[in-house]
Design a protein around this ligand. Structure first.
Ligand SMILES: [Zn+2]
Length: 345
């Protein structure tokens, strides 16, 4: 089968478009003809070999997590899925046997593996995944939209529905509206929960798109102070919840924008891993700071239901053919996009 893989770590030039053996289909798995695979930052980190992601080659390693496609084969133990079903794949595979998995908290599974990082991924014509990781999508959802769903909406769902339990009367600050997680957070906060949404971004064009998605207010962080604007927009109180997926560069301003009792969720740190925490503010305002990484299988089922109803709609900026994966990685490094970059397979 055609696939995009690496045989060494490095820049986008190490991506090879070539032939790899098709995966077999185990009894608990479905084999999927991949139609679309969405890019994630993790793909770039895995390619570069940073952050504990260094691999030993050979064998070559196929990149990519999020994907959608058609079931072509179902293992003997599989129930509820059959060849021809259109599905989206949850790229995090958990063991299904540990106490966390059995308690429905498989997002905490110590033996979980991320497709494209720990194991071969979705930049390929075929993947085989546990049937519990494949979810049927409805006819009006495109493969590209579905592929853009899991890694953006899972952490957001985990953070807003489960951890913070954001309420309709509350105000949320979403950092960097143009990234996949930003576009997901605006939609879940607005269209599912009905909260007031303040988003940040860097250009008037991106601000207009954020407003279209549901942001009530947009702060341009290149010309406005995030703390001051967020306070001004909330009558001096500050926001109830912050969704942070960018970390370092924005944390001090966003943390200062929290009100008393506010909750600060982190699901990424693309601008830096280290921050200084003002402990005086933390305890006098009784704030919570917490992290999430993806979500549970239960979360995934709920998100796919919202997708299939049309309540949420992943934002796809651009689609590249699989053979142009290197150009797609280059585009992601240039930061000039709104939503997700997707490979058509
Ligand atoms: Zn487990």
């Amino acid at each position: 089968m055609k696939a995009v893989y690496i045989e060494a770590h490095g820049g986008p030039e190490v991506l090879v478009y070539g032939e790899r053996p098709e995966p077999s289909c185990q009894p608990h798995q479905v084999k999927i003809r991949v139609r679309a695979a969405a890019l994630n930052r993790l793909d770039l980190y895995t390619r570069a070999g940073g952050r504990g992601l260094r691999r030993t080659f050979p064998p070559p390693h196929i990149l990519g997590g999020d994907c959608a496609g058609d079931v072509v084969e179902a293992g003997a133990q599989v129930r509820g899925l059959k060849p021809g079903d259109r599905v989206v794949v949850n790229p995090r595979q958990s063991c299904g046997q540990c106490p966390d998995c059995l308690a429905g908290r498989d997002d905490l599974c110590p033996r979980s593996q991320f497709m494209g990082s720990a194991i071969d991924g979705s930049y390929a014509e075929y993947v085989s995944v546990p049937a519990v990781n494949a979810h049927v999508i409805s006819a009006q959802v495109t493969y590209e939209e579905a592929a853009a769903l899991p890694t953006t909406f899972l952490p957001v769902w985990n953070m807003l529905q489960r951890k913070t339990q954001l309420k309709p009367w509350e105000t949320i600050l979403v950092l960097s509206a143009s990234a996949g997680v930003g576009t997901a957070a605006i939609q879940v906060a607005k269209r599912v929960i009905g909260a007031r949404v303040i988003a940040t971004t860097s250009t008037p064009e991106k601000a207009a798109k954020a407003a279209e998605l549901g942001a009530d207010e947009v702060i341009n962080y290149t010309s406005e102070d995030i703390t001051e604007r967020a306070k001004a927009l909330t009558g001096g109180q500050g926001v109830d919840v912050v969704v942070d997926h960018v970390g370092g560069e924005f944390f001090p301003k966003a943390f200062s924008a929290l009100r008393s009792g506010g909750r600060y969720g982190i699901c990424g740190a693309t601008t830096g891993l280290r921050v200084e925490l003002q402990l005086g503010l933390l305890f006098t305002r009784q704030n919570q700071v917490f992290g999430v990484f993806m979500g549970s299988k239960g979360d995934m089922g709920e998100i796919v239901a919202m997708l299939n109803r049309g309540t949420i709609r992943p934002v796809v900026d651009r689609v590249f053919p699989l053979s142009q994966a290197a150009a797609a990685h280059q585009a992601m490094e240039e930061h000039n996009f709104f939503g997700k970059l997707v490979l058509r397979v």
